[in-house]
Design a protein around this ligand. Sequence first.
Ligand code: MN
Ligand code: MN
Length: 459
Amino acid sequence: MENFEYKNKNAWSKLDRREVMDFAESYKQFIGAYKTEREVVSFIRNESEKMGYKNLFDEGYDGKDFFAVNDGKSIFIFKNGTEGIEKGINIVVAHIDSPRIDIKQNPLYEKFDIALLRTHYYGGIKKYQWATLPLALHGVLILKNGEKLEFSMGEAPDEPVFVISDLLPHLGRKQMAKPAKEVIEGEALDPVVGSIPLKEKDKSSVKKAILKVLYDQFGITEEDFISSELTLVPAGGARDVGFDRAALTAYGHDDKICAYTAFRALIDSDVSEKPMLVMLMDKEEIGSDGISGSQSDFLEYVIESYLKAKGINNVSAREVLHKSFALSADVNAAIDPLYPDVFEEQNAAKFGHGIVVTKFTGSGGKYSSSDASAELVFAVRSLFNEKDVPWQIGELGKVDVGGGGTIAKFLAKRGVETIDAGPALLSMHAPHEIASKADLYSSYLAYKVFLNSALKLKR
Ligand code: MN
Ligand code: MN
């Protein structure tokens, strides 16, 4: 008898295990090494340059495949098609900022002979998860003389790390009775950065001693922190998870797993009919505002600059966008065996079942979602089925339990036919998130077939 039921298979049954594991090794190197948006941008830029991509903003740029950097924190990579840009482009958009703990502009202080840095966390974190972990400090400082100092400490095994302390259980009776979001308060996320005092006559100061170390080693003075962007991230690289090594734990899978797979999908593709664009955005975790966020007009600026370089003046950026398609490549939540109650099983993403296509995000009655059309869902469904991409349909959590948004709506409002698609994680937004290698590889395959597609909507 014919079967009319929708069944979704585990992706491992479809994929070549060797290919999956090999791809995961290269991702592991990337995700363990590039932890801030600036670092990802410089990696992608270098790789693109090595492969012959041109800087869109260079004088004499002539319409070749290009990269375009926005404010050092967002980067676009473009590959020409056999068709011109006038007929629209295939876009995969991901974000390269991740939840973390930023250092304040006047951060250094001492208390009880311990020096600490004041912080302000970035994005949606469970604050209690970040205490007692070895953290590395990444970022830049613009020194008094105008020199930009690229700073990284805590990644190499012989480098010191920074740690936020937590109360011992013996004295934690009151703390343990608090709601989880108050267990560690926002102002209690300050890491220990020193404890050897500097002796000056009858006084001694740990803060002064740390300032001396910073000056002697790096030429940093206290005022230089004002013009800095420093951030604490979990120290160390990615690790395999499980007896079978099926998964990976790392900082920042959200959303560098999509950034990496999208970039690889573009550079590993031959020239196709449609031009391809991968957009790696900043500021997604704090609302996509700002110069390098998805609400900025950098996308229009890039398209206009390209059209100008090509000498095309009968087509506007807006026309290009209205003919384009996009996958909003962001992570989803996999149903967690320890917390099944917040998921509606039939529509929840399953770990290892391939890339998750999500028709709508949002919360409280689809609020704030761009909600892709049935026609677009059909186009993507047919494409992934035809090309044998392991994929599943998925929705984030039970109705009214919570929710979240993605970049999708910022492309959709520009007229780009946009739908969400990305791998589902365990422990999203935790210092160490867990991703399935099968989902990682499925996402790579999905972005590749999408970038190479010539989708048409039946209306
Ligand atoms: Mn995300
Ligand atoms: Mn996120």
